[in-house]
Design a protein around this ligand. Structure first.
Ligand SMILES: [Zn+2]
Length: 208
């Protein structure tokens, strides 16, 4: 009788530990990714049983910003972008910029601090990544203490949007995209310029 009771207690304890480990794993997965498919976690459950909560803090920093643009591809992309792009705290919207003439792939309005990503940005993952990086880079350039260093980093570069008040910021935004996402930026085919050195290196340094 006593033996049975003891083994039941022991079994209950084991189950509790496994359940706890399972919960911890599911919570981590929900926080760290907004992936299209929350992949089944059956294969790794046994290894997480022994894990200590120590590695959790770095994961907890990122999800402070939740993305709900209403566009699944965009919502899944945004959390994967380098954190520096989110320093400007811009709100990202899906759709064409209401303050713009028709149909630019991306737009940025300093007031309110808003990025717009329109339908034509979605022709490829590369183009979407470039457009998001470029528009968010405008907010980093205009809304963060990096402004001065980023402007200085493109000093002396040729004009890329002649006659526009956005000329300098377009140089910066493209350079940031080239630094952070060179392959996607090249594949997008819609950049203002290719931000050669020394400007690209200078922008890279301004993002450190
Ligand atoms: Zn721009």
């Amino acid at each position: 009788m006593h033996h049975l009771a003891r083994s039941v207690r022991a079994l209950t304890a084991v189950l509790a530990i496994i359940l706890l480990a399972g919960c911890g794993y599911a919570a981590d997965a929900a926080i760290s990714t907004e992936a299209p498919r929350p992949a089944p976690t059956t294969t790794t459950t046994s290894t997480t049983t022994t894990s200590v909560p120590a590695p959790a803090p770095p994961v907890l920093v990122a999800p402070a910003i939740a993305f709900a643009t209403g566009q699944p591809q965009l919502d899944s992309l945004l959390p994967t972008l380098p954190p520096v792009l989110l320093e400007g705290n811009a709100t990202v919207h899906y759709g064409y910029n209401p303050l713009d003439t028709c149909c630019h792939a991306g737009g940025y309005n300093p007031e309110p601090n808003a990025v717009w990503i329109g339908e034509s940005a979605f022709s490829s993952r590369a183009r979407l990544t470039y457009v998001a990086a470029h528009e968010l880079a405008h907010s980093v350039h205009i809304k963060t203490p990096r402004a001065e260093a980023l402007t200085a980093a493109v000093a002396g570069a040729p004009s890329v949007r002649p006659g526009s008040g956005w000329d300098v910021s377009e140089k910066v935004a493209d350079c940031v995209a080239w630094v952070l996402h060179p392959a996607e930026t090249a594949a997008s085919g819609i950049t203002y310029w290719d931000c050669p050195d020394p400007w690209r290196s200078q922008v890279r340094a301004a993002l450190q």
